[in-house]
Design a protein around this ligand. Structure first.
Ligand code: SF4
Ligand code: SF4
Length: 285
């Protein structure tokens, strides 16, 4: 039986910042949020083969085939990302249509040196069946079953998706951009009803690896907002792990350059609030 296919933005053979230990990371292409401070906006949309990036490629590595689909000469491509810079649709021609077999083969190459696999994005849960098949294959393979399986998610998935993933997933890392629904809409373009429900549902199932609080100056960096957020999280699970992340402008869309870096002292103060609220596992990034 052929394995399921997924649209993968890129893979990383080793990462120490996408979960515990040394991890293979799969970045899926496609996201249902449109965050004002997105650091990877080219992962939001699927390429529509408009062709606008073909001529600007300095290596002539891009072309349109007879079906008018953009194709990449991966030998000629140097990874300069000019194509990503010129794309007006928050996309990339470099995403790969991979099947689970191909991805498992890549993971196997470095598996002895890995602690686990993290699927990120984009939004990984939009291709949940692909992720579930990948994780299931890892668990069933004697050489790969030592790898922990984590999903890095914006939390928008409904319970049915978590039900699909939970039997083969060790945990999920969920971004909570704002507890206040209006602020969440301003930051992401979507309300947070599903995000809050995902945090509750995963915590109750013992599958909430971590909640990530991205602190964006002017949106969610005042102490009162942080205290309300921490009170809500403590009601869900006072033992959950919290990661407090200071926003950085580097890498965001040029038109969003009016945003500012979070002040490290303010981030440290907000993290102290988490510790004072009783959370024992608080990391600041
Ligand atoms: S990556 Fe962007 S510019 Fe290039 S063909 Fe796809 S949609 Fe068009
Ligand atoms: S990254 Fe894009 S623009 Fe640069 S060489 Fe590769 S295909 Fe061409």
């Amino acid at each position: 039986m052929s394995s399921r296919r997924g649209l993968v933005d890129r893979t990383l053979r080793f990462s120490t910042v996408d979960g515990p230990g040394n991890r293979f990371v799969v970045f899926m292409q496609g996201c249902n949020f449109n965050c004002i401070g997105c650091h990877n906006p080219y992962t939001i949309s699927e390429c529509n083969s408009c062709g606008l990036c073909v001529d600007p490629c300095p290596e002539n590595a891009l072309s349109l085939d007879e079906d008018h689909r953009v194709v990449v000469d991966r030998v000629a491509c140097t990874g300069c990302e000019v194509c990503i810079d010129v794309c007006p649709y928050d996309s990339t021609p470099l995403a790969e249509d991979l099947d689970v077999d191909e991805l498992v083969a890549r993971i196997r190459e470095t598996a002895p040196f890995l602690s686990g696999v993290t699927v990120s994005g984009g939004e990984a849960t939009l291709q949940a069946h692909f992720v579930a098949e990948l994780f299931g294959r890892l668990r069933a393979d004697d050489e790969l079953s030592h790898l922990t399986t984590l999903v890095d998610s914006n939390g928008s998935a409904p319970r049915e998706v978590w039900d699909l993933l939970m039997p083969v997933m060790d945990g999920a890392m969920i971004d909570l951009k704002a507890l206040d629904p209006d602020t969440h809409v301003r930051l992401t373009g979507r309300t947070n009803t599903a995000v809050l429900d995902s945090i509750r549902y995963l915590a109750a199932a013992g599958k909430l690896h971590e909640v990530r609080l991205l602190i964006v100056p002017g949106y969610n960096d005042d102490p009162a907002t942080m205290e309300r957020t921490l009170a809500w999280l403590r009601d869900v699970d006072p033992d959950m792990a919290i990661k407090v992340i200071g926003f950085r402008v580097h890498g965001i869309r040029p038109e969003m350059s009016w945003l500012t870096d979070a002040d490290p002292d303010r981030i440290a103060d907000l993290a102290d609030l988490a510790t004072s609220a009783g959370f024992r596992d608080v990391i600041v990034v």
